[in-house]
Design a protein around this ligand. Sequence first.
Ligand code: PLP
Length: 392
Amino acid sequence: MSTPTSDLTERYAHALMNTFGPPKLALVRGEGTHVWDEHGKEYVDLLGGIAVNSLGHAHPALVAAVTEQLQTLGHVSNFFTTGPQVELAEKLLALLGGHDGKVFLANSGAEANEGAFKLTRRTGRTHVVAAEGGFHGRTMGALALTSKAAYREPFEPLPGEVTFVPYGDVEALAAAVTDQTAAICLEPIQGEAGVVVAPDGYLAAARAIADEHGALLWLDEVQSGVGRTGEWFAHLRHGVVPDVVTLAKGLGGGYPIGAVVGLGRAADLLQPGNHGTTFGGNPVACAAALAVLATIEGEQLLEHVTVLGQKVRDGLAADPRVTEVRGEGLLVGLDLVSETAAQVVEAAQHAGFIVNAPTPRRIRLAPPLVLTDEDAAAFLAAWPGILDAAGV
Ligand SMILES: *Cc1c(COP(=O)(O)O)cnc(C)c1O
């Protein structure tokens, strides 16, 4: 399984900070769900830039929207507004159910969560309850809400006061939330933990607990939102209305953008001077997001994602070396019988498929929402051989 040496990865090692470890490949081109590396080898991209490339690579609608907007008006600062910015905010509110609300536009998931964290402080309270296994990003605030010790400890002290509770445990949540709690911060599906889905009733219980104590319910849909699960937002299936929703990854289809949505009383907690951003809400990013949303609607991708996601999960579960398959739509996680996830990633890559190992025993797939039946079938056909090659 030796890979030809790469000029780019060698130069990377000298020029880029070693925050991610060595890159697995140097990629030069993408089209649809396929990408090509610098040696001309083709891959089916089943990770989609970690749930980002909703429309795959180089989708004509996204390319046209970004190109046209950049040719028309690329950036104006937040002293001014633009059509795409207002249109995107209105569209997000409509897709979230048409409740009264307001949007703050940012550039990434961590930034969206940072903004939401600041928003919660404007309640006059500072305590936040978040979940073990959760991931909210790498800025100091987002990190403060992320439980993983290896991420946190090198940077402590982090902003307080955050209490972590086991994910999915209603009693633990009820015990942790008090009348001093500003917000409960949860992902409807914990992506970085390996696609751990909220048990039925958990988000509704969180809503009730938040209401009982006057706390905000903040759902981080940075990974699970924007059609990924076959719903516009993963929480919609649970029938809850959150106070705050944060979005990013899939929203721009590869163009960086993040959003904080405040519903009801959360809409007006941030006031002039409380928060800001230079790039956030710039018209090119907003045009990209509008193109993503319009294409999900126009190509009826929610239905496609629901049907194909189920096929993929069923196919993966058929191999006895897979002990559990989880997920909704095209956010898929599975457990292997052994700690061989890294070997599976490598064997898959060798076979021409890009997948990801969020933990030593777990594989995650978050392919473009436009994944074709053919590409999914090709992966499922290759799957047992990949597990053989990885020695699972
Ligand atoms: C990826 C992710 C983030 C962080 O987003 P960045 O754009 O990497 O800053 C936050 N929350 C969740 C749930 C994520 O999956």
